[in-house]
Design a protein around this ligand. Structure first.
Ligand code: ADP
Length: 486
């Protein structure tokens, strides 16, 4: 093998080793943060693409701009020299290796030798992260897409590799980048299905020969498309991780819900069975009044059970069939309100509850709603107000005309709700305290149903609450217009 062949082979080997190392650096990166880091390492390692410095800007979808993400490479000429020595040592090694083959330059012999020396693996695995984060980097500005920065705008528009050699190229960079980078530099963008994800700039500031050869650009094009793939994988990984997290949350919620409904359904059922046992075993001994009392109590528990089952069915129906609009007409809100209060009072627990509310005929407005639906809404809101209101609680219901609407407010002075929980309480199964041992019974679907029923009848709800002070749930319906509706 003559000197010429040896040089060509060494250079080809070097090239292959470089590609192998770049692939090895990028492949294990699964999270976006790791990918950006691996791209920087592959670009700036002398055993990778060998640039002095690389600057990575990541696209921020919410702010629609590129944000400085990281800078890698040598912080100055001395460090650049130290890093380059590693690469020279490897080149010497490869040359010696080829010499030692002494004339037998077949690929098989080469691979065998390389395997025996395990150079390939060592070289791949020892790819190290060089350099420091530059001080100036911290001062770098945010680069909005299309904000007078020609290069960024171009790169955000299509997946490109651009070689920049002219002063104007530096001037086109946002300040202070123009003063940091040196000519020539390369710029490219990383794209996934969602569009531009990052813009990368790399220069050869500390290399004596700064020229960038055409083959270098083809290598960068290959690197750019490879980075696209790795970045896409990292995005898919992030999406899957968050979907998994969400599924875990739903799973926990469902498990809690199953435990809660079993508990809620079993309580009245156990009472019904208990009363029936007494009636069966001791019917002869019981006086007629006692028998009647037991039967009435059985009836109330069975009604309660039916109410729970109906709520569950309504929820299931909504999930299966989706939102449905219900017919609406003129309603005096005091009528469904008082019907709901009467139903609640049938429960011995709320028999003596203090509820201050407008009587039938005392309402200042008529509304456009559905009477039965509104009764169910009031029932759930009043039940919550009593439940979370504490024993000394007084629940107040007020009706008020506000512009074209009527506000129907259910107010308690109970435990209240933390601000951070307010947006969650209308979600399926959500309870601020979901432990079975909590002091408040309920399946966690009352407010979900209220929301569904309001949506079906063109109403909405407002909540004000302060922990320790109480809550006001205000149902809003349009006022019924005498003239418009006839
Ligand atoms: P539950 O069956 O638990 O009452 P809801 O869907 O009706 O289910 O309410 C969801 C959660 O919202 C309750 O578990 C409770 O934490 C909170 N909540 C609802 N109404 C009130 C209220 N008036 N005061 C305090 N917390 C309330």
């Amino acid at each position: 093998m003559d000197a010429m062949d040896s040089q060509v082979l060494t250079s080809a080997l070097h090239h292959l080793a470089r590609i192998n190392r770049i692939t090895a650096a990028l492949s294990p990166a699964v999270e976006k943060d790791q990918v950006a880091g691996a791209i920087g390492v592959a670009l700036t390692s002398p055993r990778g693409l060998g640039y002095s410095r690389a600057f990575i800007f990541a696209y921020d979808e919410q702010r629609e701009c590129f944000l400085p993400d990281r800078a890698l490479g040598a912080a100055g000429p001395d460090e650049a020299v130290r890093l380059a020595k590693q690469s020279e040592a490897e080149r010497d090694y490869l040359e010696n290796l080829l010499q030692s083959l002494a004339g037998d330059a077949s690929l098989a012999a080469l691979v065998e030798k390389l395997d025996a020396e395990s150079l390939w693996i060592d070289a791949v695995q020892s790819l190290d992260a060089p350099g420091l984060v530059f001080e100036q980097w911290r001062e770098l500005c945010i680069v909005p897409v299309g904000a007078g920065t020609g290069l960024f705008t171009r790169l955000a528009g299509e997946p490109l590799v651009v070689l920049c050699k002219e002063r104007e190229d530096l001037e086109a960079l946002p300040s202070p980048l123009g003063g940091i980078l040196s000519l020539p530099f390369v710029a490219f963008s990383i794209f996934t299905a969602g569009g531009a994800r990052a813009v990368v700039l790399a220069d050869r500031a500390f290399q004596p020969d700064r020229a960038i050869a055409p083959e270098e650009i083809s290598l960068l094009r290959w690197f750019r498309s490879f980075a696209d793939l790795v970045w896409s994988d990292a995005e898919t990984h992030a999406e899957l991780a968050s979907a998994l997290e969400r599924l875990r949350e739903i799973d926990t919620l469902k498990n809690d819900f199953l435990a809660t409904i079993s508990h809620e359904l079993r309580t009245p059922l156990t009472a019904v069975l208990g009363f029936l046992d007494i009636l069966l075993d001791e019917s002869k001994r019981l006086a007629a009044a006692e028998r009647r009392d037991l039967l009435e109590r059985t009836r109330r528990q069975a009604d309660h059970l039916l109410g729970l089952v109906n709520d569950l069915l309504a929820l299931a129906e909504h999930r299966i069939e989706g939102a449905k609009a219900l017919p609406v007409g003129r309603v005096d809100p005091a009528r469904p309100l008082n019907a709901a209060i009467a139903r609640l009072r049938a429960n011995p627990k709320w028999e003596k509850a203090r509820i201050v509310a407008p009587g039938v005929g005392e309402s200042p407005c008529r509304i456009l709603a559905d009477e039965q639906t509104l009764e169910r809404i009031f029932y759930h809101l009043l039940e919550n107000a009593l439940k979370f209101g504490g024993p000394e609680n007084e629940v107040r219901v007020r009706f008020q005309q506000v512009g074209d609407n009527c506000h129907l407010a259910v107010e308690d002075r109970g435990i209240g709700i933390e601000r951070s929980q307010l947006h969650k309480i209308f979600s399926h199964f959500y309870q601020v305290d979901s432990r079975l041992s909590r002091g408040y019974p309920g399946m966690g679907i009352g407010l979900t149903l209220v929301k569904i029923l309001l949506d079906a009848t063109n109403g909405h709800i407002l909540v004000e609450s302060e922990p320790g002070k109480g809550s006001i749930f205000t149902v809003v319906y349009p006022r019924w217009e005498e003239t418009a509706e006839g």
